[in-house]
Write a protein that binds this ligand. Structure first.
Ligand SMILES: [Zn+2]
Length: 323
């Protein structure tokens, strides 16, 4: 079993089980709950009294530390079985809670490190299922913790998608194997629509695209605003938003900078209505939303109200796609 060539700093922790008893077939991503350099993280895992470690850590500058070699099991996820089969990665937060943001440098290196781990260990793709059935797991599924924090948690689908795009790019160049078909998964290059939400306590969350989840559920936080960027040439989006205390507001044809809703006013965005003009025949815009007390809606074809009006309920997450 090899280690990553991306490592910048090594400080092996005594907190480990050597060797691991299971083949590596998972990755578990954690956050440091602080803006630790790879050296400081190494110091945290150095005393045996700490009883904790991780295989790797990534700091906000995108540097990689190794604290437990891949051949060994780290003491990281509060779950022996998970850690015997997972490579565990701690990522630094460049902002504190409750959002626990990580830098773009750290996120980009995280994708690279995951690709490297997958390639060397024969993992063909990262399958994020939102539970332990997949091979991309998070600490909070095994213990009463917020780890990996709201930001990283919201980025898990993106991480899997980025990693898989790179992994499958490699397989597409092969003339001997048939590319794996993943029904329901869009072709990576056809980016049709991007969007992001401004959520209570979290500020603007990262952009997501084409049906991915924007917003965080389960934290009782309201979406206050949304920005939408349609990537399809010649297609225009007409948006309306229903805002707490204000009612319907018509934004007309929006641009990527249009803020649908409000920020800094503590108002719920309660519903949106989207209409797309100029789409190819047979295509439409679809919205799915997660609302307080009710959970996820079905996909709703564009032009129709997504959310509720007059019920004083908060939108917590949203998905948008064009197909
Ligand atoms: Zn953790």
């Amino acid at each position: 079993m090899s280690n990553s060539s991306l490592v910048d700093y090594v400080k092996i922790s005594p907190n480990k089980t050597s060797p691991r008893n299971h083949k590596i077939d998972r990755i578990t991503i954690h956050h440091m709950a602080g803006n630790l350099s790879v050296e400081t993280c190494g110091n945290v895992f150095a005393p045996s009294s700490r009883q904790a470690s991780a295989n790797y850590g990534i700091d906000s500058e995108g540097r990689v530390g190794m604290y437990v070699e891949e051949k060994d099991r780290s003491w990281c996820s509060s779950n022996k079985a998970n850690d015997h089969r997972a490579v565990t990665i701690e990522v630094a937060d460049d902002q504190g809670g409750p959002n626990w943001h990580s830098s773009d440098k750290a996120m980009n290196k995280l994708v690279k490190l995951c690709v490297d781990i997958c390639k060397r260990n024969g993992i063909s793709r990262l399958n994020y299922t939102g539970d332990t059935n997949g091979n991309l797991t998070m600490h909070k599924w095994f213990a009463a913790t917020d780890c990996p924090g709201a930001y990283l948690e919201s980025k898990f689908p993106w991480i899997a998608e980025q990693v898989n795009a790179i992994l499958s790019g490699k397989s597409n160049t092969s003339t001997t194997s048939t590319p794996t078909q993943n029904p329901g998964e869009r072709a990576y290059k056809e980016n049709r629509i991007n969007y992001r939400v401004h959520q209570q306590s979290y500020d603007w969350l990262p952009h997501v695209e084409d049906g991915q989840v924007a917003g965080i559920t389960g934290h009782t936080k309201r979406i206050e605003a949304i920005k939408i960027d349609c990537k399809m040439a010649g297609v225009k989006i007409h948006a309306k938003g229903h805002i707490q205390g204000i009612g319907w507001k018509d934004y007309g044809i929006i641009t990527s900078d249009t803020v649908i809703g409000t920020t800094g006013q503590e108002r719920r965005l309660e519903a949106i209505s989207l209409e797309a003009e100029g789409l190819p025949e047979g295509m439409d815009i679809y919205v799915r939303y997660h609302i307080e007390d009710e959970g996820w809606s079905d996909w709703i074809k564009g032009g129709i109200l997504a959310g509720t009006v007059g019920l004083a309920k908060r939108l917590e997450a949203i998905q948008i796609k064009i197909q």
